[in-house]
Ligand binder design. Structure first.
Ligand SMILES: O=C(O)[C@H]1O[C@H](OP(=O)(O)OP(=O)(O)OC[C@H]2O[C@@H](n3ccc(=O)[nH]c3=O)[C@H](O)[C@@H]2O)[C@H](O)[C@@H](O)[C@H]1O
Length: 630
């Protein structure tokens, strides 16, 4: 019996039992069969496979992470120059308002961030933005906002505040005087769907930013966005900063409240100057599509029903809706009065200010009244579904007491919901079209540029292939940083015609018209003022491509360059379209053709030229409005 067992199962798991010599010897295949059939061996094989898979995955993720690390879209001399140019205050020396601030605005492509960055720039402060362009809502809106900021000479870094290396680098390049921290995972109800994103942005991201600020030398003063939601279940009205905030009703509110405690810690230990602003339901042009006033407007215009929540006992919900311009004034006043951080290199040298303010409108309006105002301005009746407020983190009402902000910041809201929604509605009519135009212009611009970079190479390769000097392998995208086949496919998908050596999209033709001074082309081609302005904006951005595409093919023809107006247009447009993205590409670093060299030179001198050009560009970068006034 023992002999049979020994024959069937090897005594040491994983080892094939040594074949006994003699008559009973079996063929090798049978041994193998036995070996694999034994339970112990199977177990070991399974372990081996799991170990191999784990090794593969960890190596893969390492490669993935490190390739992301190496492919980081920031860094380099050109990038640093752009950051410095954008961060430099432009107030005339000796001006009454002082030397000007240098502000890092986090969440700069967000709603409040965009408005604040523009307002700072308009009064001559230096501004650098950072935004991760996440997809909580349509990122093309964020890209359109970035294009708008770019057209005002504001550079926005694409990056996450959780990236400590990036933040350290930014503080290394620029001694920011202030940080306006607006990057956050917003939205009260979404916290039930994606709680982790709130922890990632509002807690981990905040700590990462504070770490960078406390290490910076000099330390900046920090102004950041808390929220009215921290009042949670507080039922004393109006909400005052002295009221309880220890009963949040949503995870969003809890993370904002945690932010207040966390910033206090950094103020206490490291001497960081901190001002927390409790925003009350901010609304206005370029707003967030997830918010009620915005989604209601969209649905009403599209004839779709809207859901109106109602509180317990049929009581209407109410909010202290606050117009964006009022909030911007509150933010700027907070920056101006922030007081210095006292620490250096992570060491506190003395006490620093720690402040918290309500920024509200002081006149709550019910949600049904909000809908009625929208109906009036839109001249469309809403299809309303009134439902009981689900237990989703909403609070029944908010109402700000702003005495403290009035006293210390001179904060005084001036816009009623009626007035604010009127402005929003008139802007919004053209917003979607404008966003679409800007986004497509931006895309078009990128495509044009990529294509232009690729074309000489495509033509050359085509010529050589015809002469059978070259194989398909030479078109390998791994070898070619700007793979012509990819560009062509992209262009084809985007419906762009590729005529030999020349690309002609309607957008580029439009941009070309603007670049060569015949801006009236865009005026003629549109029906009414706002559309025209949106067209001009698109033209302004796409003329970069047009202008560059028209670069003389040979230095001998360099004398036939365009008018100074066209050059200015190209510079403004180039800044707007985030040319920095092209900087890290290998072909930009090692230019091969004359055109590529020209491109490099353009990119190199762009920030300074664009800054100068922005002031004089006729399409009005300094029109005093965040809208596209020409
Ligand atoms: O001040 C804040 O701290 C927050 O303000 C904002 O939150 P809220 O005040 O909840 O604004 P918002 O979503 O516009 O809902 C408004 C009203 O419409 C009701 N509402 C909403 C959606 C809907 O479909 N129906 C509805 O009745 C809803 O029940 C509510 O009564 C910011 O989003 C948030 O990021 C944070 O900054």
């Amino acid at each position: 019996m023992r002999v049979v067992e020994e024959e069937q199962y090897p005594s040491t798991p994983g080892k094939v039992k040594v074949e006994r010599a003699g008559a009973g010897a079996m063929p090798m295949s049978r041994h193998l069969h036995r070996c694999f059939a034994s339970t112990g061996t199977m177990f070991l094989w399974a372990l081996f496979l799991v170990a191999m898979t784990a090794t593969y995955l960890s190596v893969h993720s390492f490669v993935d992470t490190s390739s992301r690390y190496f492919a980081a879209s920031w860094g380099g001399l050109h990038w640093e120059r752009q950051i410095r140019a954008s961060a430099s205050p432009r107030r005339p020396p000796g001006s009454a308002e002082g030397a000007g601030l240098s502000v890092l605005v986090t969440g700069a492509a967000g709603f409040v961030g965009t408005h604040c960055a523009l307002a700072l720039r308009r009064r001559g402060d230096g501004v650098v933005g950072i935004d991760n362009f996440n997809s909580y809502y349509d990122p093309s809106l964020k890209k359109a906002r970035r294009a708008l900021l770019g057209s005002h000479g504001i550079f926005v870094v694409e990056g996450d505040i959780n990236d400590g290396r990036l933040l350290a680098k930014l503080f290394d390049v620029v001694p920011f005087t202030h940080v306006l921290h607006l990057a956050a995972q917003a939205g009260v109800r979404y916290a039930m769907e994606n709680p982790a994103s709130y922890v990632h942005s509002n807690i981990a991201g905040l700590v990462s930013l504070l770490e960078a600020c406390k290490d910076a030398d000099p330390q900046p003063a920090i102004v950041w966005a808390s929220s009215s939601s921290v009042y949670g279940l507080n039922d004393r009205v109006p909400f005052s900063e002295a009221h309880r905030t220890d009963r949040p009703a949503s995870l969003y509110a809890a993370t904002k409240k945690a932010g207040e405690e966390i910033t206090h810690t950094y103020n206490h230990i490291y001497g960081l100057s901190v001002t927390g602003l409790r925003f009350f339901t901010v609304y206005g042009p370029w707003g967030r599509p997830d918010m009620a006033y915005f989604s209601f407007t969209r649905n009403i215009l599209q004839g779709k029903p809207i859901t109106v929540y109602r509180g317990r006992d049929h009581v209407d919900l109410a909010r202290d809706f606050t117009y964006i311009d009022d909030i911007v004034r509150g933010c700027l006043a907070s920056l101006d009065t922030a007081g210095r951080s006292t620490g250096t290199g992570g060491k506190k040298r003395g006490p620093a200010p720690y402040r918290i303010f309500n920024l509200g409108n002081t006149s709550p309006v019910t949600v049904p009244t909000l809908v009625a105002i929208l109906e009036r301005h839109l001249r469309v009746k809403a299809k309303k579904n009134v439902v009981e407020m689900p237990g989703n983190g909403d609070v029944p009402y908010t109402h700000a007491n702003i005495s403290l902000a009035r006293e210390q910041l001179g904060y005084k809201p001036t816009t009623s919901l009626e007035m604010g929604l009127k402005k929003f509605v008139s802007e919004n009519k053209h917003e979607e079209q404008r966003t679409r135009l800007l986004a497509s212009a931006y895309q078009g611009c990128k495509l044009e540029l990529e294509c232009m970079m690729a074309l000489p190479r495509v033509t050359n390769l085509q010529r050589r292939r015809q002469a059978e000097e070259v194989t398909d392998n030479e078109l390998d995208p791994v070898l070619d940083p700007v793979d012509p086949r990819v560009v062509r496919r992209q262009l084809h998908l985007a419906g762009v015609d590729l005529h030999g050596d020349h690309v002609a999209t309607p957008a580029v033709q439009h941009g070309h018209a603007a670049a060569t001074g015949s801006i009236s082309h865009s005026h003629r081609s549109s029906r009414e003022g706002k559309e025209r302005r949106a067209g001009d904006e698109a033209a302004r951005i796409t003329c970069l491509a047009a202008n560059w595409m028209e670069l003389p093919p040979h230095p001998a023809k360099a004398s036939t360059t365009r008018s100074p107006g066209a050059a200015r247009a190209a510079c403004v447009a180039a800044t707007a379209s985030g040319v920095a993205e092209y900087q890290p590409s290998a072909s930009m670093r090692t230019p091969r053709s004359y055109r590529e060299k020209r491109l490099c030179r353009c990119a190199q001198y762009l920030p300074a030229t664009a800054a100068a050009a922005a002031a004089s560009f006729p399409c009005g970068s300094d029109s005093g409005s965040e809208r596209f006034d020409s």
